[in-house]
Design a protein around this ligand. Structure first.
Ligand code: B4P
Length: 193
């Protein structure tokens, strides 16, 4: 079973690469950002609360995203593996994910981090904000807040996987296909171990 954590700052290309990876490796894509935007679109209570935080570039509380991931793992018991995209984003989320998987006799295979400069992140997100309708992509101040949240709360998650010898990183500054090839080389190495 392949359980991959795709990691990186906002706009690093996690969602973009996930789409290609699920096709190639037949994995289930679990994006907490997409799940939260789904709740917002449906106008649920959870979505309304999450929107207030997301529109300001802040993280949603750990218990909310952990609950969503737990439900999705239960709903996909026969899956051959998962891509966790945008999750875990705090060390608490990483610890809870390990416990959830352990209770299902499973574990994380590894984390792959996409390395992208702050200037390029800003450029990509502002470009997407022109037609995505995402409030959190349209404004440089909110994007700055998202990068700040990443540096403070999310970057330490890399250490969590480094300590378990499960961390790899790739240069996220090339073309989508170049980055995809670099990610696949790491996954294929894991699969052939
Ligand atoms: P997310 O939805 O997870 O996403 P993201 O950070 O915007 O970006 P991603 O890295 O997936 O970028 P993408 O491929 O789309 O988070 C949104 C918010 O949800 C968070 O701020 C937070 O509030 C909340 N949230 C989500 N998960 C949470 C959690 N676990 N805990 C707490 N809160 C949580 O790429 C961005 C753009 O770049 C696209 O337009 C793409 O086309 C372009 N691009 C991609 N690769 C490129 C390349 N190689 N070259 C040029 N452009 C590229």
């Amino acid at each position: 079973m392949l359980n991959l954590v795709l990691f990186g700052p906002p706009g690093a290309g996690k969602g973009t690469q996930s789409q290609k990876l699920i096709e190639k490796y037949g994995l289930i894509h679990l994006s907490t950002g997409d799940l939260l935007r789904g709740e917002i679109a449906q106008g649920t209570e959870l979505g309304l609360e999450a929107k207030k935080l997301m529109d300001h570039g802040q993280l949603v509380p750990d218990e909310v995203v952990i609950g969503m991931i737990s439900n999705k793992l239960d709903a996909n018991k026969d899956a051959g593996g998962f891509i966790f995209d945008g999750f875990p984003r705090t060390v608490t989320q990483a610890e809870e994910l390990d416990s959830l998987l352990e209770s299902k006799q499973s574990s994380i295979t590894g984390m792959i981090a996409l390395q992208v400069d702050d200037d390029e992140l800003l450029r990509r997100l502002l470009l997407r904000g022109k037609d995505s309708g995402r409030v959190d992509d349209a404004n440089p101040e909110v994007i700055g807040k998202r990068i700040h949240e990443y540096n403070n709360k999310t970057a330490p998650v890399a250490e969590f996987y480094k300590k378990q010898n499960k961390f790899e990183s790739v240069n996220g500054m090339g073309t989508v296909d170049e980055i995809f090839a670099a990610i696949c080389a790491i996954i294929d190495k894991w699969l052939n171990k």
